[in-house]
Each structure stands twice: as C-alpha cells, then as structure tokens.
Design a binder for this molecule. Sequence first.
Ligand code: HEM
Length: 512
Amino acid sequence: FFVDLKKRGMPMAPHNLLTGHLLILASVMPSFPKDVIKNYIFEVIVRRFGKNGAVYLDLWPFAEPFLILISPHLANQANSPPVALEKPNALRVWTWSLSGGTNLFDAPPEEWKPLRALFSRGFSANHLMNLVPFIVEETQVYCSILREHAKLADLFFLDTTNVKFMLDVIGRTALNVRLNCQVGPNPLADSLLSQISWKLADQELNPLQWLNFVRTLMEWKNGKMMDAYIEKEIEKRFKHYQQKTVNSNEQFESIIDLTLQEYMADPARSSMPKLDKEFIMLARRNIRMLLFVGHDSTGSTITYCHYLLHQYPETLARLRVEHDEVLGKDLTQAVSKLSTDPHLLNQLPYTTAVIKEALRLFPPAASIRQGVEGVDLVDEEGNHYPTGNCMVYILHTAIQRDPANFVRAKEFVPERWLVGPEDPLYPSVKGAWRPFEYGPRNCIGQLQVMVEVKTVLALTVREFDIKPAYDEWDAKNPKKGLRTVDGNRAYQVDEGAAHPADHFPCRVYIRS
Ligand code: HEM
C-alpha cells in the first residue's frame, strides 16, 4: 500500500519495506520528554516530510496506515460526509473497555444516527441551564477542597482534583446521581478511574495487548461493577419517569431522564411496565462512555485555564473584574446568584474568551476518522490525497498553535475572541479553532463544557490564587531527560484525553 502511495507521489518520510516509518518515529522521539503525547511527534513528521499539511505514516504492525493532517483546509474536508461519519476499528479497541460496546462516540454511521438523535435533547442549550444549580453545588465541594489545601499549605495535584470534580459533575448531569468521589470512594467512579489507568497509553498501538491477562481480568471486573451500578440507577430513573407522569412539577432532569423520555415517546413503548433489555444495554454503554468523555477533557481544560491565568496576571485581573461586575463583589453572594439566575453565565464574554483561548493552546482531544475508498482530500494547490485504507488523524494542537493560522499563536490572548474582522488579532482562518471538531460528529457536549468551565472559573478565580509547583516537584523528584515542550513544563501527556504532565503539582492560596 505504501509503495503504491509513494509511486503516486504521496507525501511521506523515507519508507523502509521492513520497518515502515517506525525508525523515523524513533528518531524524532528523543527531542521530546519520554511521556509526551504522540501528537507532538506526529506534528514534527508532518512538518518535516509532509506536503501542505498532510503526511502518510506507516506504523505497521502497531497501527493501520495513517493520513495525518495539520491543515485546516484539509481537516474541514475530512469532516464532510462520507469520511466525517466513519470511525476506525482501532478506536473501538480503545473505547469498548470503557463503554462495554458500541456507543455514540464510536458507532458506525447507520447505528450512530438514531443514537445521536436519542441523546441530543439532553445536550440542548435550554436544558443546560437547568443543570447550573447542580454544577454550582458540586463546585462548592470543589472549593471546600481547595480551601482545605490552602489551610494545609500542601503541594497537591490540581489535575487529579479536577478529574474527580468533573466526575462528580458528570455523574449528576448524566445519571442524576451524586457520586461524591471528590470526598471519598464511590464504586462507579473508582471502577472507571481504575479502567482508565489499566489502559496502557499505547494500547491501540500494541498488537500484543491481548497477552496482558491481568488487565483483561481487571477490565472485566471493572466493567461488571460499572454495569451493576448504572443499571440500578437506570431502574430508579425509570420509576421516576413513571411517577413523573403524575407529578410533572419536577425541574431537574439529567441526560438519562431526557433520553428515557425520548425513548418512551414511541407509542409502541408508552405502556411498557418495565424497561426492555435493548434500552438498558444502550443506556448502560452510553452512560459509561459519557462518564468518561464528560469528565476527562473538561478536567484537563480547567487545569490549563488555571495554568495560563497564573502565567498571564493581567488576563487574570481582567477576568476578576468581569466576575465582580456581573456577580457582585461579595463572593458569598455569587453561589446563590448563579443558582437562581443561571443565565448570568451568558453575560461573561471575557470568561468565554479565556476558555476558548485555553482550548486553543491546550486542546485535550484530537479527531480521528476512517478514510473511504475513492474519497480524496484536495489541498489549495489541487493536489489529491486518497483517504481509502487510512485512519485520517487531525492534530488539533498543531493546527491551533500554527502562526499561519493565528497572530501571536503561541501566546495566551483571549482578546482575539472579542475583536471584529478589522482587527489584526481576529481569527480569520476557517476551521483553525477546532477543539470540539466540526461536522456531524462534532462534540455533542461542547455547550455543557462551556457552562461547566464558566461556572468553575466564576466561583474560584476571585477566591483563590493557584500557583504551579513544578520547580518544587522537580527538585524533589529529579529525573533525567527533557522536561519541557515549547517552553511549557505543563506539556500534554496521554491519559485518555491530553492532560498536563505529572498531574500539575501546585499550591493554592486564599486571596486576602
Ligand atoms: C473540554 C472538553 C471536551 C472536548 C475538548 C471534547 C472534544 C471532542 C471532540 C474533538 C470530539 C470529536 C472526536 C473525533 O472527531 O474523533 C468529541 C466527540 C464527542 N464528545 Fe466531546 N469533548 C469534551 C467534553 C465532552 C463532554 C462534557 C461530553 C458529554 C457529557 C462529550 C461528549 C462527546 C460525545 C458523545 C462525542 C461523540 C459525538 C458523536 O460522534 O456524535 N464531550 N468531543
């Protein structure tokens, strides 16, 4: 396949019949810290050997052929059907131990369409505002944990704290249950976190993964635990649904409640006395998947917001002014104001810009599609790139940090999201900001992310100063080798989503 691509003049690094591009990959790796996310390495290969932001990469026997993209122009085409709808099998190897089987995230097109329709009500803008009081409630627990760390004056790992915080939030918004994993053990949260940690970062690239029997056993055990917990909660939601037809005053409904209503709206099902097996399986798998995608990337985004705000004190000051203006200077009032009037979150344009800019510099995800035989991408010069037989991989970090796409690309400049087309800062390249991807399979949870992160920033940045403690951590834990990427110590590592290296050691202080 690669010999043929090469004959047709497709861009790639020098190719060896036996080792493909593995040695090229190995030659780039030493210029990065050992634990770095592979996307940084792929970017170097595209820039060195690619053409107009595309390169073919052969990592056999570890992976299927890749077509890697760092051009917004080509990425936009990859997110138009038919390529936009197809997900590769390699992705399923990774996601199924988390979800237990096919789900909205990885389903083939014909199964995906009805699933997306079934779940979309739970993610609508209107519904999201109902969630704010519950997000606020979990944020109060989060703040009390930060206060405790401030009191103890200890070094702790902000990213780990944020991941648990977001698990509590997604437990609430997806399943209507308080997991309380910020403050203690919870079987569902613990099994999910164990499942993630058992997944070798390189699982999808390792053809011998099935030899690890202990992991297989642990994945089975964690899966059973998650299924049992979720099934019990789904049954509770079904009982609630049945009662609710009598008492329709209840305000709050989680994603599973709305999905259940949508499912039962079919007249053939409306008189069902109990839930059918088909729905239970579908709900179980998708709730498992939502618990994963709904906490991981958002936790990382909150960490990077704090990291960048610490590095840019003027931005932090401006953010605090916006919160004073919209929520009042009395911090004790902010909680009740947000809970009673969640629409206040729509009056925080600078906060929105801060989050968008953090997602630009440190996008927690990338995008992957299965190419389709006979479908080519075409660059600005008219060159064709066949997608058939390839996983089409779009590198968000590379696109979003590229000076060709953004003025002052490496700097944290939220102001760029507030200016008009006449301003040189204005982001004018179509598809250059794509943390949630575009097209039919874009992130269904993106509005929820913005609501969650705005709430957290609104309730933390005025009370706390969060200071990275990497220097202190490194002094206590000396390691050989590189420890920064592009000057950043909090470079991204692969932990499901992309997270800051070493879980972001930090100290927190209460502001006077
Ligand atoms: C900062 C946080 C998040 C980021 C950056 C993010 C990013 C993404 C991206 C890039 C995709 C497309 C993946 C691809 O093209 O291969 C995606 C899909 C998806 N995301 Fe998110 N996501 C975030 C949070 C969430 C949340 C909170 C939820 C739900 C509670 C969620 C649910 C989903 C689902 C279900 C899909 C699959 C959609 C489909 O195929 O129809 N995400 N996300």
